[in-house]
Ligand binder design. Structure first.
Ligand code: PEP
Ligand code: MN
Length: 338
């Protein structure tokens, strides 16, 4: 349920409503808005009787939230969420490019890539230090050494770091090296990990599971929001279908319903979504046109020698060409590239 306060409700009246909700054994989530405050309620297993709250001073109306996801829903939070990092913001009217290699492979390669991307105005560097690999015999990431290299890249370039966390026990260690914590597709429903990340203040980039519905993605986002982390970015990265012309089927059709049902920003990863570097630019532009808030693109100085995901990774010249075309498209779409 959503309690909408009157425009002129006092701090004291808001405090009384919060207390009453807590007394009922429920959790209040104050949502201050430009003109009035609303208070979301979670924790109820059955409908809340309007009698309990409707008569309190300063309350304007009580709205039932019909979706199973509550804090992630547009019903409860009308305005688009802006997710801030020290370097940039992800949200409406801007289009954020996150780029970098699939994995941190060594210091010189990561720093070269970071410096190149920074020189092109990219503010967020992606690279995995802990890698979720299908085969236990594949490169698993440089782990703690990879985190050290990511911190060095941040120090030298000022870029924000986006890196994956697979294990709740490693959240503290990885958080110190990250500006955005990535939850990979395979962990979208790792609820222990989501609960742990819900207690962080660091933003989370939540990738869509390999066969997850939009509702399942938003329910996973709800875990993060319910525990107190309001800074959640959704990421479409393709789903498994019968089609075999690409690694996954990049589902751009998720963007309009995600925007309708939720206030959370959504970025698109056409690298994992297609699995082929020649398909990435067209799908990146399509994502921008379809209303995404940004992109995540794999870039490497020499993709054919990459230790993971080389086939879907752009080299520097290919990234430059993509960026130029995105800049051309940003104007007519009234977006600022960042
Ligand atoms: C990644 O971004 O490096 C990655 C492993 O992606 P996904 O979880 O979408 O497969
Ligand atoms: Mn990858």
């Amino acid at each position: 349920m959503l309690v909408v306060m009157q425009r002129n409700a006092t701090e004291e009246q808001i405090r009384c409503v919060l207390e009453k909700i807590t007394e009922l054994g429920l959790t209040p989530h104050p949502l201050p808005g430009p003109t009035r405050t609303a208070i979301g309620i979670t924790g109820n297993t059955a409908a809340i009787s309007p009698d309990a709250l409707g008569g309190l001073a300063g309350v304007s109306e009580l709205l039932r939230v019909t979706k199973p996801f509550k804090l992630a829903s547009r019903e409860m939070h009308v305005d688009d969420t802006v997710v801030p990092t020290a370097q940039t913001r992800i949200g409406p009217k801007t289009f954020t490019v996150i780029a970098g290699p699939c994995s941190v492979e060594n210091e010189s390669m990561l720093l070269r890539t970071a410096e190149f991307l920074k020189s092109r105005g990219v503010n967020l560097l992606r690279a995995g230090a802990y890698k979720p690999r299908t085969s236990p015999y594949s490169f698993q990431g440089l782990e703690a050494e990879g985190l050290r290299i990511l911190r060095r890249a941040r120090e030298l370039t000022g870029m924000g770091i986006v890196t994956e966390v697979m294990d709740a026990a490693l959240v503290d260690e990885i958080e110190a090296s990250a500006d955005i914590l990535q939850v990979g597709a395979r962990n979208m429903q790792n609820f222990a990990l989501l609960k742990r990340l819900s207690r962080c203040r660091t933003p989370v980039l939540l990738k869509r599971g390999l066969s997850a519905t939009l509702e399942e993605l938003l329910m996973s986002a709800e875990y993060l929001l319910a525990g107190g982390n309001r800074n959640v970015v959704l990421c479409e990265r393709g789903v498994r279908t019968f089609a075999d012309h690409s690694r996954n089927t990049l589902d751009l059709s998720i963007i309009p319903p995600a925007k309708e049902l939720s206030h959370l920003p959504i970025v698109v990863d056409p690298s994992h979504g297609t699995g082929r570097r020649s398909y990435v630019p067209a799908m990146a532009r399509a994502a921008m046109a379809a209303g995404a808030d940004g992109l995540m693109i794999e870039v490497h100085p020499d993709p054919d020698r990459a230790m993971s995901d080389g086939a879907q990774t752009l080299n520097f010249d290919q990234f430059d060409a993509l960026l130029d075309s995105l800049k051309d498209l940003a104007g007519p779409l009234k977006l600022t590239l960042n």
